[in-house]
Design a protein around this ligand. Structure first.
Ligand SMILES: *C/C=C(C)/C=C/C=C(C)/C=C/C1=C(C)CCCC1(C)C
Length: 237
């Protein structure tokens, strides 16, 4: 077999694709199995967390192949993965709020559409590539869409609903998730800047995105798992 088609242990980016594939599979099984321990509507939240890591695992297997065999960024598969998993994570915010109170569906759509705008803009920018005139305008559009999500969960309607209607467990989950969406998600635009401004290389860009996915998909699920299993049947009634 052609050795270039095998994962080289010295290829840190390739190895990071491999390790994260394994971690995504493990997290998926964990969230599905732990579903039994959660009460009521939290079960759905854990299923969604498992879907996120499961979809990512599948894409990581494939992205590793692209990277190892071609040495190129698997941009299309990365964005297909994000386009499926980010809206699911946005759904988690809505589910957490909807589990405790009635929430306007319009809020869900605003968050969802913003996340799609963020990703489509980023995709167009990355495919246009370094040196193209679309690179930074697309980045700005994506950045604004992300800032809108941050606004919604810190100051807007979503944050007000959580503060006034939330249970202890739902507030805990909401607050931790919004930290992830602010601090954890910030790694992506920073990676984009690093990758395309100046002397950035695609290996480092992939490593940054891989680490960001590891944190933002698995830690995100763990936060939900922690809240879901801390609420006992008597507390939720
Ligand atoms: C599981 C995958 C996740 C949580 C991916 C999140 C991706 C982002 C937060 C991407 C953000 C970007 C911007 C804020 C500006 C434009 C470039 C992007 C798409 C990298």
């Amino acid at each position: 077999m052609d050795k270039s088609l095998m994962l080289d242990p010295g290829d840190f980016v390739g190895v990071s694709f491999w390790i994260i594939s394994a971690a995504m599979v493990a997290a998926t099984f964990f969230f599905f199995m732990e579903r039994d321990r959660a009460v009521g509507k939290w079960k759905t939240s854990l299923s969604v967390a498992a879907l996120v890591t499961g979809i990512a695992a599948m894409h990581y297997f494939y992205m590793r192949g692209v990277w190892v065999e071609t040495g190129e960024s698997p941009t299309v598969f990365r964005y297909v993965d994000w386009l499926l998993t980010v809206p699911l994570q946005i759904t988690e915010f809505y589910l957490i709020l909807a589990a405790v109170t009635a929430v306007a569906v319009a809020l869900f759509w605003r968050l969802l559409i913003s996340s799609v705008v963020m990703l489509v803009a980023g995709y167009i920018g990355e495919v246009a590539g370094a040196g193209s005139s679309a690179l930074w305008p697309c980045f700005i559009v994506g950045l604004l869409a992300w800032l809108y999500i941050v606004y919604e969960i810190f100051i807007g309607e979503a944050s007000k609903i959580s503060a006034s209607e939330g249970t202890e467990a739902s507030k805990k989950a909401f607050n931790a998730l919004r930290l992830i969406v602010t601090v954890g998600w910030a790694i992506y635009p920073l990676g984009y800047i690093y990758g395309y401004a100046g002397s950035g290389d695609s290996a480092t860009l992939n490593l940054i995105y891989n680490l960001a996915d590891f944190v933002n998909k698995i830690a995100f699920g763990v936060v939900i798992w922690s809240a879901a299993t801390s609420e006992t049947p008597s507390k939720t009634a």
